[in-house]
Design a binder for this molecule. Sequence first.
Ligand SMILES: CCC(=O)SCCNC(=O)CCNC(=O)[C@H](O)C(C)(C)COP(=O)(O)OP(=O)(O)OC[C@H]1O[C@@H](n2cnc3c(N)ncnc32)[C@H](O)[C@@H]1OP(=O)(O)O
Length: 634
Amino acid sequence: MSDGASGRYQAAYDRSLSDPEGFWLDAARDIDWINPPRRALDDANPPFYRWFPDARLNTCFNALDRHVIGGRADQTALIYDSPVTDTRATFTYAELLDLVGRAAGILQNLGVEKGDRVVIYLPMIPEAVISMLACARIGAVHSVVFGGFAPAELAARIDDARPKVVITASCGVERSRVVPYKPLVDDAIRQARHRPEYVVVVQRPQAEADMGERDIDWASAMRPGTVAPAGCVPVAATDPLYILYTSGTTGHPKGIVRDNGGHAVALRWSMTNVFGLQPGEVWFTASDVGWVVGHSYIVYAPLLTGCTTVLYEGKPVGTPDASAFWRVVESYGAAAMFTAPTAFRAIKKEDPDGTLLAGRDLSRLRSLFLAGERLDPDTWQWATDRLGVPVVDNWWQTETGWPIAANLVGLQQMPIKPGSATMPVPGYDVQVLDDQGRPAEAGQEGAVCVRLPLPPGTLTTLWGDDERYRASYLSAFEGYYLSGDGGYRDDDGYVFVMGRTDDVINVAGHRLSTGALEAAIAEHPAVAECAVIGVADPVKGQVPRGLVVLKSTGDAAQVDEQVVREELLDLVRRQVGAIASLQRVDVVVALPKTRSGKILRRTMRQVADGESPATPSTIEDPSVLDDLAEVLRS
Ligand SMILES: CCC(=O)SCCNC(=O)CCNC(=O)[C@H](O)C(C)(C)COP(=O)(O)OP(=O)(O)OC[C@H]1O[C@@H](n2cnc3c(N)ncnc32)[C@H](O)[C@@H]1OP(=O)(O)O
């Protein structure tokens, strides 16, 4: 081990694995409990572990009420900064508590009770934060769906979560267009088998929505005096706080279940020990509340810590230019910022010399954190040179909810190695395993796994599907959580994560299933077979590319290939969403497959990325791959 992995970090890490009870019961002291935990881990039913099994709390109380009671009533809790609507607003802890209490009261009046689900399909507006906390306040389970998903994807989530209420807005505002959300919700409910009882609508002036019988106007319902604020409903630490859907290898999304108690303890601990933030400081995460980074580090962790959090409705470039982030950091005196590498690649492309930083006072910024996809060394170097603060890569997933590997600047900053997320975070016993499940040598690539039990705050199961949870994550290697990412650890124990080992792709930090994109393409009547692969892109990391084989008989045989290509691009946008837009579609004669019929997507991706992979020994017909090489490399 290098000096970097000694001292405070190593002591905390070792204790977290040798004495998880003591470690996490100590961390739990930073949370206000109704019944404090006497035990940390319940391991009576492996592989289903539960944290703080005898404790009760309310997550919203910890995020709001206790700060108001404890003297932060007049401190800004939330800053809303929206360059796309030219709006800025601030909410103190007392104001946010008042709004959340009223929103929770509305939900209760609509019959939402502890354990009921509420789907939230909102853009980056304060009502998104208010709605999440309102659910937490009454013990309801929220499921936020990213606004870039199309109605069919929203419908799949509605059918799985079976919400009593959907909360939406009349529209979202993108860089160059207004996206009406309400018609998308109406369409999704038409497509879904489950019928939510009510849709609560935040009307925005950029595009007002038509209201129907089941629709409730947010502003009228929230008017002071109209609704009694709801109090905090006690829940078990093991009760679900939220479901967040993520892409798996098939088209059917996986509902990650997060509990209340483990989540509150882990996020509060991470905010100070991983990210180095203290109560009262300003924190800026540029992501979306529809992703786990938004859940954990726009909403819950900063508010559980008593920080001020920035909710930014804009882009890194184009709203209005590549100085947008610097303006926000300067305006609010952010102590740290968190975003995805793709955002920095976009800024670097627009302003390679960082000229737009000139004259900006970023003196309060101590660190920049980047996660959501691999941080390439070039982008790390560019950000480090321009900002002059530690640029900290951290690796984690929707499933874990908080970092698995990071440079823990709050606990002990370690030397940075570009391309590495640094060391495993306390609580995570990270192991790289070879095909046979044996520990890989230092420097040898393998499957990045975490020995069970996972620490508090990580997924407890998949919503309504324990068996899929087991099959997806726990069956590859007995006693380990399979992350789905490949990578290695070097001689110093540093973790290098290189990318997915399955058919999940990462486009601009958005995790997408090639299966979902292929399902959309397969709906076209002229398509006989198809494959989607993620190919390297200098800004978005990866972009999806389609390869289709057309039917050779019947009406479909007469189609114009160019027309089909355009229809397929449109079909994917309509079925999955704009974030999944195919970079291009090629019509090919055949797709390379194994003798058992599995399409060789990984091999095609490697060829498309300019690599020369060995032809797999299981290939059915090597000439198919040879014939495709030119198309893939084009
Ligand atoms: C560690 C755990 C995790 O991994 S959690 C996931 C972390 N990932 C992230 O935080 C995502 C980071 N990426 C981003 O924030 C964006 O991609 C950034 C970098 C800002 C670029 O945004 P943008 O230029 O819009 O490109 P994009 O590829 O995201 O979008 C493509 C098309 O989709 C649209 N879109 C996007 N968001 C929405 C939305 N909320 N509602 C409606 N539409 C949306 C965009 O407008 C864009 O459309 P178009 O193709 O231009 O017509």
